[in-house]
Design a binder for this molecule. Sequence first.
Ligand SMILES: Cc1cc2nc3c(=O)[nH]c(=O)nc-3n(C[C@H](O)[C@H](O)[C@H](O)COP(=O)(O)OP(=O)(O)OC[C@H]3O[C@@H](n4cnc5c(N)ncnc54)[C@H](O)[C@@H]3O)c2cc1C
Length: 277
Amino acid sequence: MAPHVAVIGAGIIGLSTAVLAQEKIPGLQVTIISEHFSPHTTGDGSAGLWMPYCLKDTPQNKILRWSSKTYDHILKLWKSNEAGDVGISLIPVYKLTEKSGGEDMEQPEWTKVPLAHHIINSHQAQKLASLSDSKFTGGTHCISFTLEPTYFLPYLMQKFKVNGGKVLHQKVESLQQFCGQNYDVVINCTGVQAHNLVGDKSVQPVRGQVLRVNAPWVFHAALEGNEGNYIIPNKDNVILGGTQQEGNWNTKPDPADSMSIHNGCCKLMPGLKVRTS
Ligand SMILES: Cc1cc2nc3c(=O)[nH]c(=O)nc-3n(C[C@H](O)[C@H](O)[C@H](O)COP(=O)(O)OP(=O)(O)OC[C@H]3O[C@@H](n4cnc5c(N)ncnc54)[C@H](O)[C@@H]3O)c2cc1C
């Protein structure tokens, strides 16, 4: 009999893992067990931009391996006739900074991965700064992708079901409940909830909040340094961010954060200011 795999979690990691397992081992029985599904997973709120971000002390070799495999996978999908259904767009990304010295700074290993990645000199940065209300003096320009989870998650779920996958809508209270059940392998894809499910206190949240606005004239992403505000176009709206609040478990929108994101992004791209007349 074919082995039976349980995947806990239906976010981007759970669905990708489940579909990959089906594709790698034909005939494998795979069941996804999850408390929440799209559009109620973490990825549904995100813009889906490919760009290593907020990775702190993660070793460079791991970032390079993960980011290049992901980029290659997205590129393959982009070239396929499914690109529109999957929600992929190739976009220019400008990351600008008010700190000088960007031209001499050593770039991380992952910058070798995208189709293009250039350091912007101070002269170009000043020109780009004229598009904003900020005084940028350096930065980078990169060709990247957005792989929008609001499109990609339903695409993966459909693929999973067509491949014969089963879905259970339930919360797993403890891994003990799998004892004596008919699963050969259980894969934990619960994201930050692994903190509670398996008591791994090293898994901590970094709270992000975004605004989605209607600005169909925006076709490039603008990021303010590594941890500042960002503007990322998606197919149906534009994502404004962002917050990176370590250790914050609050999943509700915070009006003070909304205001700060709005003000910061309007400084970065003044045309986003809400028209009052
Ligand atoms: C505002 C914001 C913007 C972001 N922007 C980007 C971006 O542009 N690019 C990028 O690459 N990343 C971005 N990220 C990060 C990215 O969204 C996450 O890393 C990713 O979505 C995590 O996916 P996951 O599948 O690991 O977890 P989740 O999406 O959180 O999925 C976990 C799944 O496990 C289930 N689950 C959890 N516990 C249990 C349980 N006990 N029993 C059953 N089911 C359970 C949940 O219901 C859910 O289905 C952003 C994040 C945020 C918050």
